[in-house]
Design a protein around this ligand. Structure first.
Ligand SMILES: [Zn+2]
Length: 407
């Protein structure tokens, strides 16, 4: 008995030790950024971990380690970007959230065929849910097996269809950035809604990929809460992973440090997860009307392009559909999403998935949704907020689909 107790204690200690401590990490929050500040912020964001999408008129938040804090604070001071300490020590907050999630996981075991919205599901649970949903609804649902991640996890999407030939199609992916845990529940909610409503399946074929970066998502559960990238090792560096949302083969920009949170990879589509999505999007270009990547956070609906503020040809339609979506979200609980060109905030990006889908001509309507924040220093809402977020975002996504198919 004593031996068993010791083993359990060792296991608990072992798992606690494996999990990255954020003790002493701070979250800094700037004043709303001015256009003049943006070149500096763009440069800083290549080295330090900015959360959400920085932009003109919005405060930016950056997470800094104890070693980096003086460097970032000095840089912000030099650039005359005023800022405050939003979270003085992220460590206890991450530990508290982790304990809460673990307690919820034990208290609320997974119910087969039902998505959980009262806690964050782990990757294996989500994939099991996808497989069960397909098995239980053979006339409506089919598996979209996109292949394997670097570490061999299955990229399992789901297709929901009325079975008619020649349907238009819409695509949603969630959590291509690993730590954005609030995103997969949104994809799962879409699946629930489309399964339940034949009218939605008459609109289009729906493709949904609940976890677009399974290695990173799993790692953010087991090892590092704020892991963002993929988990493919980088040759010649101890820094692992690529920012998958800089790795798509559209205006891919190969400049970047391995250790950067926005490292674009060794080549376009170097990451199998991105290649799989890109391959699906390009090979379904004939039917695809709408592409949506769900991220967090910032309450933003972003449309192409990320590298320029030059308007794209159908910018009026993109704005009209995005605004209709934002109105539908606001109608639920008053949360206002802002509809913006990805580069309007003068934070420039290359190789993003929505720009790829739009840029190669696959989807005339293409968006990145940045959901609401909350929780650890503003980054991620707690489990208790999942239901609210999915309840308000779903009507917005439904409106977006209806608009983009009608126009
Ligand atoms: Zn993201």
């Amino acid at each position: 008995m004593r031996l068993l107790g010791s083993i359990i204690l060792l296991l608990v200690l072992g798992s606690a030790l494996a999990y990255k401590s954020y003790s002493g990490y701070q979250v800094l929050k700037t004043a709303p950024l001015t256009p003049a500040a943006m070149p500096y912020v763009n440069r800083l964001s290549r080295r330090f971990d900015f959360w959400g999408t920085p932009g003109v008129g919005r405060p930016a938040t950056v997470m800094v380690s104890p070693q980096d804090a003086p460097i970032v604070i000095a840089a912000l001071n030099r650039m005359r970007i005023s800022h405050e300490v939003m979270v003085a020590d992220l460590g206890p907050e991450v530990e508290r959230e982790r304990a809460e999630n673990e307690a919820l996981r034990l208290a609320l075991p997974r119910s087969p065929r039902v998505a959980a919205y009262d806690r964050f599901m782990e990757f294996e649970e989500i994939n099991a849910h996808v497989l069960e949903t397909v098995a239980a609804n053979p006339d409506i649902a089919s598996l979209v097996d996109l292949g394997l991640s670097t570490e061999g996890r299955e990229l399992l999407g789901i297709k929901l269809s009325n079975g008619a030939a020649g349907q238009k199609s819409v695509w949603f992916d969630c959590a291509i950035h690993a730590r954005e845990w609030i995103a997969p529940p949104v994809c799962l909610r879409i699946i629930d809604e489309v399964l339940a409503d034949p009218a939605l399946r008459d609109l289009a074929d729906w493709y949904i990929l609940p976890v677009a970066n399974p290695d990173g998502y799993s790692y953010s559960h087991t090892d590092e809460r704020f892991w963002r990238k993929t988990r493919r090792p980088n040759e010649g560096s101890s820094c692992v992973g690529t920012d998958p949302n800089r790795n798509f083969d559209f205006l891919w920009d190969g400049v970047g440090d391995f250790c950067s949170e926005v490292y674009p990879g060794s080549s376009a589509f170097s990451e199998p997860e991105c290649g799989a999505i890109g391959n699906f999007v390009s090979s379904n270009a004939d039917s695809l009307v709408l592409y949506v990547a769900v991220h967090s956070y910032g309450e933003l609906i972003l449309y192409p392009f990320g590298h320029t503020v030059e308007p794209v040809p159908n910018v009026d339609d993109l704005i009209a559909a995005g605004t209709a979506s934002a109105d539908a979200i606001e109608a639920v609980g008053g949360t206002r999403y802002s509809v913006e060109n990805s580069a309007a905030g003068l934070y420039f990006t290359f190789g993003a998935s929505d720009d790829y889908a739009y840029g190669i001509g696959a989807a005339l309507y293409s968006y990145t949704y940045e959901l609401s924040g909350g929780g650890s220093g503003g980054f991620n809402p707690p489990a208790s907020a999942i239901q609210t977020v999915v309840d308000e975002v779903w009507p917005g996504l439904k409106t977006l689909v209806e608009y983009s198919l009608a126009n």
